[in-house]
Design a binder for this molecule. Sequence first.
Ligand SMILES: Nc1nc2c(c(=O)[nH]1)N[C@H]1C(S)=C(S)[C@@H](COP(=O)(O)O)O[C@H]1N2
Ligand SMILES: [Mo]
Length: 345
Amino acid sequence: MWSHWQYSTPGWLTLSPRPTQLYRWTQGIHVISGTAAIPLLLVKLWSVFPRLFARPPRGARARILTLLERGSIAVLMGSALFMLVSGTLNIIGWYPWEFSFRQTHGAMAWVAIGSVLVHVAVKLPVIREAWGEPVEPASPERTPVDVDAPTRRDVLRGAFLASGLAVVLTAGQAVPWLRRISVFSVRPGDGPQDLPINRTARSAGTSTSALDPDWVLEVTGADRTVRLTRDDLLAMPQRTHRLPIACVEGWSRSAVWTGVPLRDVIALAGAGPRTDVVVRSLQTKGAFGSSRVVGNVVADPRTLLALQLNGETLDIEHGYPCRLIAPNRPGVFQTKWLNRLEVQA
Ligand SMILES: Nc1nc2c(c(=O)[nH]1)N[C@H]1C(S)=C(S)[C@@H](COP(=O)(O)O)O[C@H]1N2
Ligand SMILES: [Mo]
């Protein structure tokens, strides 16, 4: 939910640029725990499946209760499967649907949370009873036919193993020391300057405009507009900070960024340090060509218009001539190929 709110911030929430790595952690945990939940959900489904088709008990009251319980399980399973399937498809960047992934995945999270609560409440007596019992019966009461069937302990072990494996094979997209063994991680680390790329300059339609020698950054304040060349920006005092790109899809990577603090640039247009700024890019195709930086993130001196990445001139794939990089910000709002800053009144 936190990740969702950092992306679509509700009115009651003001985002702080600290802790710097917060979104990296919340989104990393969000995607890793979702991946780990896939084998667990499948095993759970397998273990209860026959019971879903068991004959309802006799008596009207018992029937109604059973029906209600199965109804709530259907909602729980439906929402859980929806979350995991849509989340996985989002990670691999495939959207075979018409609806807004973000809104639907976010809304369905509430349904899943609610149905887990209902389900746990309904099952509380059974849960309490089960916790009082040993994992395996002391004297094996299994009939000879059952000897080859897995015990509860086997199933639990297998489920946790599968889920651990799923994590190890994917989590390297966020956890540096797992990078080499995470063969299924979505962004293994290709891209210039040791940083993955989500949208290339070609797919954003900026291959030519970003290299135009006449490029200027237009900064519009309340009372005046200034135009800055890349040399103007390079002539200003430069700052260097290590900040992560934390993509909504779960991969994240820290890098060393050098550039001009955003607040210094908007000051040239007469703006105070605590105003919201909309940053716009040269992008002509696709979404995420602009984003809004809230006042307290603008005020943070680590919020940069980056000109260099890992000690080199910013590659065009990473947003040359200039891109935004700010602490504790979803990757999708670290807008590349900037050409306009609009200070909000
Ligand atoms: N103009 C623009 N900037 C953008 C995007 C985009 O589509 N257009 N994608 C964003 C996303 S989703 C991420 S995760 C980061 C990735 O930055 P990188 O490609 O430099 O690693 O860029 C962001 N900046
Ligand atoms: Mo992203």
